[in-house]
Write a protein that binds this ligand. Sequence first.
Ligand code: GDP
Ligand code: MG
Ligand code: ZN
Length: 364
Amino acid sequence: MDKGKQNMEDIGYSAFFETEREKLGLIDFPVARVVAEHRELYRVLTEQGELEARVTGKRTFEATGREDFPAVGDFVVLDKVENDKAVIHEILPRKTVLKRKRGNGEVQVIATNVDTAFIVESLNRDYSVNRFERYCAIARDSGIVPVAVLNKTDLISLEDKEEKVRELKERLGEDVIVICTSIETGEGVNELDACITAGATYCFLGSSGVGKSSLINALIGKDVLEVREIGEQTGRGKHTTVQREMFFLEHGGILIDNPGVREVGLTDMQAGIGEQFAVLEQLGKKCKFADCTHRHEPGCKLRGAMEAGLINEGEYENYLSLRKETEHFSMTDQERRKKDKKFGKFLQVTKKDLKRMHHKDYDL
Ligand SMILES: Nc1nc2c(ncn2[C@@H]2O[C@H](COP(=O)(O)OP(=O)(O)O)[C@@H](O)[C@H]2O)c(=O)[nH]1
Ligand SMILES: [Mg+2]
Ligand SMILES: [Zn+2]
């Protein structure tokens, strides 16, 4: 794969990117796909094979955030190619961006141009429907189709498995495909493989240890990825070479493993939550108050529906908690400052009012 001529369609290049490249007037420059990234050093795959690449100093200088840098999955246009080393001139517009926001507000791009996300959980421990819903919302927010993968079926009974599948389908809705897999017995690996189409890009999301790398190895049919025993040391600082994170199946599918991301946090993903919890979202629009928190307000349609048993209580709770979590990120800096200021003002008013009341218990 690394040597010889590479068919760009096989690695996901399409008319969409070609049109963008034309628009940018970059048709004479070679195009490549980023297959790995490590501290602003990239491995890119071109028609001629794999190369090491960097971004230009100008690009670093002009960057306003991580989103301006190439990420795994990007199609980039190269400037100079010399001795297996290249300079990235431009990132072609992205079809999808899977990102997370850190607590400090910094955006981290996990992968780009992903079509489908395999959301993997292991059935034996830490299994959580809430987490599936969270990942589905994250995927949908970026226009990525979520597929649920329940791995390690060999570790639980058939009844348990069927119960978990039933529960999951009820919560995720009919439009999310659920696949049960096991590396030990081989269950579901063919089913997973059948979901994969040539030229499309799939990423594996899920906590560490659920079996993402094992599943990729099983699909590829050889051990391209290191499978770690749970709790095994990761050997920090050992990474001197950039590990490939993108793999190509013989029948044309493209797989991305995300070893660096333990838990994908939330970004400003109101759209994704709205889509994942469409029924709840619509109901909430009919509440008496436009700013209803759906907790205790009179005339709350959502709470009413939950209490009447029309919507699942777990789903209701998860919806509210994800909404609350994302609120913080959806505010712009300016909005946050305004809110803080307003809060400061509110405190002043309260202080004044309290002073008037001369109440010792509330003396601030
Ligand atoms: N019993 C069982 N163990 C599995 C299965 N899939 C993966 N594992 C084990 O789970 C551990 C973590 O797997 P790995 O693929 O590294 O998980 P990742 O962190 O999600 O990439 C390894 O010890 C695997 O051998 C499975 O289907 N059944
Ligand atoms: Mg792994
Ligand atoms: Zn309400």
